[in-house]
Design a protein around this ligand. Structure first.
Ligand code: 5AD
Ligand code: SF4
Length: 460
C-alpha cells in the first residue's frame, strides 16, 4: 500500500515539474512515507527525523514532510517531537501534496492535512473524507515500469484487536469497477505487464453499483489481458471469511490470474483468534487452504503470523507451529506483537508476553517455515518455470527510488548486450535469479532451475 502511495506522491510532484533528487543531501524536499503497524516502524522515522534536525538548521529552506499512517496517527505530536517538520499529511490526501508544498514555499508556515477524524473503536462515527480516485499513473514514478499496484479497496472494517489500520486508513470502501479498469488500461498503455490488485481485505471487494465481486473483477481484468500485453494479474491481501468457491474457480480458470494467495492466519489457536477478533476458527482457516489446494493446482499460499499476542500460551504457540507444518505455506511473515495505542488490545489487555519469549517464538516459527520453504524450493530443481523478468538482482526489492540513489535501476548500464544477474518471479511468486542480457527485462521467459535456497531459485 505504501509503495503505491509513494508512487502517487512522486507522480503528483513530477507533474508539477519537480524531479527526483539523486540523494537526500541534494533534495529540496524530503518526504517520509510512514507506517504505524508496529512501534518499530515509527521509531525508525523519529530517529531519521532526529538526524535531519541539524540539516534543517543549516538549510531552513529544505522542506521536510511526514506522510502516511504515522502522520494520521500522531498528527500534531510530530510537530512537537520534531518542530522543524513542515508538512504532516495523512493517507488519502496525496492529491493535495503539491498545493501544500506551494503554501509552505510561499511562507505560509507548517501545514497539516488529515484524512478523517480518528474513528471510535468498532463504530463508524465519521464519514470518510477519502479521495476516491488515485491520480493519473506515471510510469517513471514506479520502481519498475512493468509492474504496478492498483488499489481496489480503501481502509478496513475488520477491527482486529491488535491492529491500527482501521483507525488510520479509515472505513472499508470498494472503488467502482469502471475506475479500476480505466486505471488498468492506462497502466497497460504505459507498458505494464503485471498488475497487483491491492486492499486490506481484497476478497471482500464489492462494487455497490454493479454488484461485482473480486472474482467478477478478475474476469474483467482477464478480458483486458486477452487483448493486450498484460500478462499477469495478482491480488493481495485476502481474508479467509470472504474467500468463496467462485474466487478459487476464477483463479483456476483465468490463465492470466496467478495461483498465489496471501491469506494471513495470524495464529493457529482458536483462543488467540477469538481474542484477536479475526472472525474465524482455525478449522475454518484450514478448510479454506484445503479448498485452495484442491481447486487450484500448484497454488501457493503465504501467511502472516503474530507471536506473543496478549495471553499467548506455549500451547497456543504450538498450535501455530502445527498449522504452519500442515499447510506448508510458501512463506510466512512473522511479527512480534507490538501494542498500538488506540486499539482494543492496548486499552483492555496487558502486553504480558516477555520480549525474550516473543523473540524465541518468532525464531522457532521462522525455523519451521524456513525448513518447509527450503524443502518446497528444492522440488523446483530440474524444472522449467515461467518468469516475468523484473530487473537486475542487485536492486531487486530495494526501494532505491526512495533513497534517490538509482531512480532508474533498469536503465543504469548502457551496454544492451552486457550479461547481468537478472531477477524475476514465477506464477507462484517465487523469486528466480539467473544471468542474461538487459533486453530480457519486462519479458516473460522460461528458466530452468538448477539450485535453490529457501526463498530464491537459481536458474539458467
Ligand atoms: N503487532 C504486530 N504485528 C502486527 N500486524 C498488524 N498489527 C500488528 C501489531 N500490532 C501484522 C499482521 C498483519 C501484518 C501486515 O502486520 O500480521 O497481517
Ligand atoms: Fe488490520 Fe485485521 Fe484489517 Fe488486516 S484485516 S488491516 S489485520 S484490522
Amino acid at each position: 500500500m505504501n509503495v503505491l502511495d509513494s508512487e502517487l506522491m512522486i507522480a503528483a510532484l513530477l507533474r508539477e515539474g519537480y524531479s527526483l533528487a539523486e540523494s537526500m543531501k541534494k533534495a529540496d524536499i524530503i518526504l517520509f512515507n510512514t507506517c504505524s503497524i508496529r512501534q518499530h516502524a515509527e521509531d525508525k522515522i523519529y530517529s531519521a527525523l532526529g538526524r535531519l534536525r541539524l540539516v534543517k538548521e543549516a538549510h531552513p529552506e529544505k522542506i521536510i514532510g511526514v506522510m502516511g499512517c504515522m502522520a494520521q496517527k500522531d498528527n500534531s505530536l510530530i510537530f512537537k517531537r520534531a518542530p522543524f517538520v513542515d508538512l504532516v499529511l495523512g493517507p488519502g490526501q496525496i492529491a493535495r501534496l503539491p498545493e501544500l508544498i506551494e503554501k509552505i514555499r510561499a511562507g505560509q508556515g507548517p501545514q497539516m492535512e488529515l484524512s478523517l477524524e480518528r474513528r471510535g473503536r468498532g463504530r463508524h462515527e465519521v464519514e470518510d473524507s477519502f479521495d476516491f480516485y488515485d491520480p493519473m499513473r506515471e510510469a517513471t514514478a514506479r520502481l519498475n515500469p512493468f509492474m504496478a499496484y492498483v488499489r481496489i479497496m480503501f481502509g478496513c472494517d475488520q477491527f482486529c484487536t491488535y491492529c491500527i489500520v482501521p483507525y488510520v486508513r479509515g472505513p472499508e470502501q470498494s472503488r467502482p469497477v469502471g475506475e479500476i479498469l480505466a486505471e488498468i488500461r492506462q497502466l497497460v498503455d504505459q507498458g505494464c505487464r503485471e498488475i497487483t490488485l491491492i486492499g486490506q481485505t481484497v476478497s471482500k471487494y464489492h462494487d455497490k453499483t454493479s454488484g461485482t465481486s473480486l472474482s467478477g473483477l478478475l474476469e474483467m481484468c482477464e478480458r483486458i489481458a486477452e487483448t493486450t500485453n498484460l500478462e499477469r494479474i495478482r491480488f493481495v491481501t485476502s481474508h479467509p471469511n470472504s474467500m468463496t468457491t467462485d474466487l478459487f474457480e476464477a483463479v483456476r480458470d483465468l490463465p492470466h490470474v496467478m495461483p498465489y494467495f496471501h491469506v494471513p492466519a495470524q495464529s493457529g489457536s482458536n483462543a488467540q483468534l477469538k481474542k484477536m477478533n479475526r472472525g474465524y476458527s482455525v478449522e475454518k482457516y484450514r478448510e479454506v487452504c484445503h479448498q485452495i489446494y484442491e481447486t487450484v493446482p500448484g497454488a501457493a499460499i503465504t501467511s502472516d503470523f503474530i507471536v506473543g499476542f496478549c495471553d499467548e500460551s506455549e500451547d497456543d504457540f504450538q498450535q501455530t507451529i502445527q498449522l504452519v507444518e500442515d499447510i506448508r505455506f510458501k512463506n510466512s511473515f512473522i511479527f512480534k506483537f507490538s501494542p498500538r495505542e488506540g486499539t482494543k488490545a492496548y486499552e483492555l489487555w496487558e502486553d504480558n508476553i516477555p520480549d525474550e519469549v516473543k523473540r524465541r517464538r518468532n525464531n522457532e516459527l521462522l525455523a519451521v517455515q524456513n525448513r518447509i520453504s527450503t524443502e518446497d524450493s528444492e522440488k523446483f530443481i530440474g524444472q522449467e518455470v515461467e518468469i516475468l523478468v523484473e530487473g537486475t538482482s542487485k536492486n531487486a526489492n530495494k526501494l532505491t527510488i526512495l533513497e534517490g540513489q538509482d531512480s532508474n535501476f533498469y536503465e543504469n548500464s548502457h551496454d544492451p548486450n552486457a550479461i547481468l544477474q537478472l531477477t524475476g518471479r514465477t506464477p507462484c511468486d517465487r523469486i528466480v535469479v539467473f544471468d542474461g542480457p538487459r533486453s530480457l527485462i519486462g519479458e516473460i521467459k522460461k528458466v530452468k532451475i538448477v539450485k535453490a535456497s529457501p526463498f530464491t531459485l537459481f536458474g539458467e
